[in-house]
Write a protein that binds this ligand. Sequence first.
Ligand code: MSP
Length: 542
Amino acid sequence: MPEATPTFYLTTPIYYVNDAPHIGHAYTTVAADVITRWHRQRQEPVWFLTGTDEHGQKVMRTAEANGTSPQEWADRLVETAWKPVLKTLDVRNDDFIRTTQERHETRVQAFIQDLYDKGEIYAGSYEGPYCVGCEEYKLPGDLVDGTGEYEGIKVCAIHGIPVEMLSEENYFFRMSAYTQRLLDFYEANPTFVQPPSARNEVISFVKQGLQDLSISRNTFDWGIPIPWDTSHVLYVWFDALLNYATAVGLDSDDPADKEQFARTWPPSVHLVGKDILRFHAVIWPAMLMAAGLPLPGQVFAHGWLLVGGEKMSKSKLTGIAPSSIIDTFGSDAFRFYFLRAIVFGQDGSFSWEDLHARYTAELANGFGNLASRVAAMIGKYFGGTLPDAGPLTPAEEHVAAVAARAAVDAEAAIDRLALNEAIAAIWTLVETTNGYLTEQEPWKVAKDPAEVDAAGASVPGGRLATILVTAAEALRALAVLLAPVIPKAAEALWESLGAEPVLGPLAAQPVADAGRFGQLPAGTVVTKGASLFPRIEEPAAS
Ligand code: MSP
């Protein structure tokens, strides 16, 4: 029996429920959705997990400030903000984990009990600065001089807020013992941390030597109780990282969970923002090594969306809600814009002007217009039925070659998570097809007497038919290649091309076959649907 294809298991960070999502969170989630949809389009088994991180002081304090319990606060935010945003973004996740779910809490307890029994955890005491924004103990080198109201004191470099001095009895994870094993692992697995800048940062951090990690708190109770000492709750990051394993059935006795764990583990990719790289590339693999579990394939750290040169964040009041963009431009344009305009792995700035300019040039004029004029011409000259093509010339062969190359290049780019490069590769086909129509001028060819019969109707098998069939094939390829990025427009295009009755559903079209021309048979019924990307007025300057 051939080996079953392994499941492509991808995760996003689980987001803190202290506030509603902004476009920075949406950026990670959309990237994850595009990658997993791409793997689905390859017809691979996929598992896509996202969710929420609900314990810890940050959430607890927000709930208190709002006069409610942390659980009620988390429930409210999850139901009114974090789950709905997935729909707004058109995200197709397979599961949504909340760290307050019973499945998570019991499995986390089993995991840490096991580490404790193995001697990986010991009791000690800790004193040092803690940033509640990061939920992390800081090293003196992590702090910077405060400005404005915090002039004269040291603050967290990420949040710009003062740290708190903590002095507690804690349980510690023997992370220092993993320094060399981690370095050996990075060495043997050069793509474990990506992009290369992130890998270099992690390696130089670990090379300084790791300290043991404080993994419990006993001054508040909003967390998972330590099973052997319930006066402590588990440190929120230890709790949160384990979601990737508990969600797919770690330490469950249920046969269905066991089967899922065997099928899914280990994760293929953890997608994270660069702010939380060390947790994922250092602490998390050390935890898994301690437990004797296989390690993930990759941790990929993308850059930040910046506002005024700083990380967009709610705490700095620079957060923009995804709906403020999507209400005007739609979810497809949102997905396209952020992945097309920013090099995945680097920081990028968002501006309404740039969004509008790209929307107009690339989606409305470039792609949307191509789709509507090809459908309109097939309607006008052939009554909406795809004709038989005539002999191919080098011009058609060029379009077909560009399509084949676009599919191959996009595949390779996706495997490197170079999402912007994948879209750029696909866009060569949009541009080539537009250029082909401009050169071939089918509207002029249509007037050639050799192209019409005695009744004045365009004839199949002629030049006009060849041009329009070629353009229709390019659109078919584009529908498949763009389905992961702009799923709604791709579905609408598939429908307009009349492709489903002859080729089956869009979701069933393998990426590997997308660039092959000659798939839409003569007789396919093409209709001109609504405009895929209607023009939008320029936003008022703010
Ligand atoms: N709860 C932790 C993660 C635990 S994972 C086991 C956390 N949550 S968070 O709500 O702060 O979300 C952080 C993630 O949101 C970042 O790693 C990144 O993926 C995304 N982003 C938040 N702000 C962002 C930007 N301004 N730009 C890009 N991504 C951003 O950390």
